[in-house]
Design a protein around this ligand. Structure first.
Ligand SMILES: Nc1ncnc2c1ncn2[C@@H]1O[C@H](COP(=O)(O)OP(=O)(O)OP(=O)(O)O)[C@@H](O)[C@H]1O
Length: 338
């Protein structure tokens, strides 16, 4: 009985993962003209304070939907999302405004969305500080410090139309960092830029992360960005599917090498997505057999499906001259397929 009570209590108050950004089982369903689109289908994501991560995924996988929710512009349909202790599902409208002003900063792909065209770079950076009660002289000093840190001090008195695309995006990072946000979200910040310029913008984001201590989440298609952060999270069909972790390790000869390892993401309910190249190769469909070994879990095709595949392989072999070898353990017939 005590055990049942303990389990019920645990289910009623699930222990949240620790992190500055925590999404658990996040769902976002759009309704348009009676059609339902499940943009996020139970997404889990944790970002630690001080981390800089990249989020990648095919078009339509849900990246922008996720950023819209985390930046306080959109509300999820279900699940849990917390940023720096703010519950994004329960947040009231007024709190949402101050959350967007003080807790998070954003950099969008379209430079025109980041900067006001009739203000100079320094005025653009000072603008978000207007409502914080900081004195004008202090606002100007901070704007200049930020522009200097991000290597765009020379752009201080120029309006955006006189800046290159890369300079505009670096000023945008300064604007997004003006109110000392806890997290900076960037949606394809280098999408419209060439490689060299994109490198400079990435360097500015890294500066914000390392020198200002801001946690950074970048949605990107740019390999230059996704391969330079320590963690890249891939979203597939509205869920986090894999993560690549990069580490510097010492090789036998003492030389430091960068290693990158890909992991599947296991959610709070024990679900994971198997990569399609694995499932297709082993003909894994619908059901699989699992076996617990001392240090890993084995995943095998369903026996009936495996027999059907062997039979299909044999038939293909026979058709091509019958020189193939029988698959080990192949005893079934196509009729036994599921
Ligand atoms: N406002 C909306 N109304 C209806 N459906 C939407 C809306 N916004 C997004 N969607 C749908 O939700 C799914 C996820 O879209 P989302 O824009 O988040 O993907 P994405 O990974 O950011 O794509 P891209 O890389 O092309 O920007 C898509 O099927 C999209 O069509």
């Amino acid at each position: 009985m005590d055990e049942l009570r303990r389990r019920a209590a645990a289910a009623a108050a699930p222990r949240r993962e620790e992190g500055l950004v925590v999404c658990e089982n996040l769902v976002r369903i759009y309704q348009t003209e009676g059609v339902e689109v499940q943009a996020l289908q139970g997404l889990d994501l944790t970002v630690a304070q001080g981390e800089m991560i990249a989020v990648v995924g095919a078009s339509g996988s849900g990246k922008s939907t996720l950023l819209g929710i985390l930046s306080g512009q959109d509300v999820p349909t279900a699940g849990a999302a917390e940023v720096a202790g703010h519950d994004l599902l329960a947040m009231k409208r007024r709190d949402r405004l101050s959350y967007r002003r003080d807790t998070v900063g954003f950099v969008w792909q379209q430079t025109s969305r980041n900067l006001l065209p009739y203000l100079s770079a320094a005025e653009n950076v000072m603008l978000p500080m207007t409502y914080t009660g900081i004195k004008r002289s202090r606002r100007r000093a901070r704007a200049e410090e930020l522009l200097d840190l991000l290597s765009v001090a020379h752009c201080r008195d120029r309006t955006p139309d006189t800046l290159s695309g890369g300079e505009q995006q670096r000023v945008a990072v300064a604007v997004a960092s003006a109110n000392e946000p806890r997290v900076l979200f960037a949606d394809e910040p280098t999408g419209e830029l060439d490689t060299v310029t994109s490198d400079e913008v990435f360097a500015a984001l890294r500066r914000a992360n390392e020198d200002l201590g801001v946690t950074v989440v970048v949605v990107t298609h740019d390999a230059l960005v996704s391969e330079q952060v320590q963690r890249t999270v891939r979203i597939r069909n509205g869920r986090t599917s894999t993560e690549v972790l990069r580490r510097v390790a010492a090789a036998e000869d003492g030389v430091e090498v960068l290693t990158a390892e890909e992991y599947a993401v296991l959610d709070g309910s024990g679900r994971l997505q198997l990569p399609s190249e694995f499932t297709e190769r082993l003909h894994l469909r619908k059901r699989v057999r699992l076996a617990l070994e001392s240090d890993h879990i084995g995943v095998w095709p369903d026996e009936a499906a495996r027999r059907a595949k062997s039979a299909a392989d044999e038939a293909a072999d026979a058709a091509s001259g019958g020189h193939g070898t029988e698959s080990p353990g192949s005893t079934g017939s196509p009729e036994s397929a599921p």
